[in-house]
Design a protein around this ligand. Structure first.
Ligand SMILES: [Zn+2]
Length: 50
């Protein structure tokens, strides 16, 4: 289990990703975080296009 810290609200999200490219939703603020790499763990917020 990996712990991802939400870049928006610093909420800690526990998630077990299977592959890079997964999107995790922060249950606290609702933003989406894209996992770009598993080892080492890298992630970035998903930019919403408007
Ligand atoms: Zn959040």
């Amino acid at each position: 289990m990996l712990t991802i810290t939400c870049p928006d609200c610093q909420h800690k999200i526990e998630h077990e990703p299977n592959e890079a490219g997964e999107v995790v939703e922060c249950e606290n603020c609702g933003c989406e975080i894209l996992i770009t790499s598993l080892d080492p763990l890298k992630f970035e917020p998903v930019e919403e296009e408007k």
